[in-house]
Write a protein that binds this ligand. Sequence first.
Ligand SMILES: *Cc1c(COP(=O)(O)O)cnc(C)c1O
Length: 392
Amino acid sequence: MEKFIPLSIPNFEGNEKKYMDEALEQGWVSTGGEYITKFEKAIARFLNTSDVAACQSGTSAIHLSLIEAGVKPGDIVIVPPLTFIAAVNPVKYQFAVPVFIDCDDSLCMDPIKLKQFCEEECSFVNGVLIYKSKEVKAVIVVHVFGNMADMVSILEIAHRYNLKVIEDATEALGTHYTDGPFAGKYAGTIGDFGAFSFNGNKIITTGGGGAVTANSLNAVSHMCYLSTQAKDDIHYYIHNEVGYNYRMTNIQAALGVAQMEELPEFIRRKQVNYELYKELFKDFEFGKIMPFRSGTASNKWFYSLEINRDKIHVPMREIITSLEKCGIQTRAVWGLVNEQIPYHDEFAYKLEKAPYYADRILNIPSSTQITTEEIEVVVRRIKDVLRGFINE
Ligand SMILES: *Cc1c(COP(=O)(O)O)cnc(C)c1O
């Protein structure tokens, strides 16, 4: 039996056990305790931003952002089709209406189509963008697989049309601009709101968990307040707004503090492994490793092999099953959100690239503890499997 090489598994090489034991010994296991503020400070320092609120998931971070952005029932929120559905579901939690805008070759939202939608499908009246008599309030931009979306162009459009920008940076902790007007700025700190996730498969994990940041201190503290049931008086239980149970626990945060210590090393390994994959797949005729945006340093969380569909015609499912049989776990990119049952009646604007890439991308093993030898095995097996389909 071959050794199984997983797609992406968590890495606990540091102080995880030590800090979690400490949290247990102190008895602080719930949503109070010093690890929560330590974790928030560590993230804020890393992102070079002033304030971060830790919460229970990336999904809740996006939901809190939508609430804080003032998204109300019946409003329009612009979203991507090529993403994990958790980026879009919170729009429904607010009884708002998603409109799907295509991606570009970065897999992130295409600013050209975003602009076309605003110009050609909407009207701009008294500073408000209107689509089919509904107010367009916000846009959710996902930095897919750790690749920075074109924030320079997207923010320009958002400012012109008074749209709030919510960055879904759940996959992009550490990704930042190195050039241009946003040089030094991190994904999640460029728009109005930024959401992060620490689910098990993300670059750092707290088991489940998330964090939210915003370009206004008041917004962050208000989202934190909402995440703890909107308590206005903790002794006498006064609540002046409808709150949520969205706060992170101290045990999760203890894990998170340890993971934050390792994050720079995790990113370094992701980069080294990415370069190795790129080298090994160079000149391979049936697939190529997709690039990350120039002018940025990506955390290179997930690697994408774009299958050459002129040559390889078998369904993705067959490729994945064949690789699984030889011990390599891979994954197709997500089913498009606009094609899922809860969303198939919503408006999708000129989708071309999203279905194109959905049919071509294979995500390949990217754990931080994968060895050089394992990467060589992965590449060899993928090449063999794809070549096998040609000879059939
Ligand atoms: C992981 C992820 C989320 C959700 O994060 P959770 O912590 O699992 O709620 C949202 N959007 C994208 C793009 C993700 O990859």
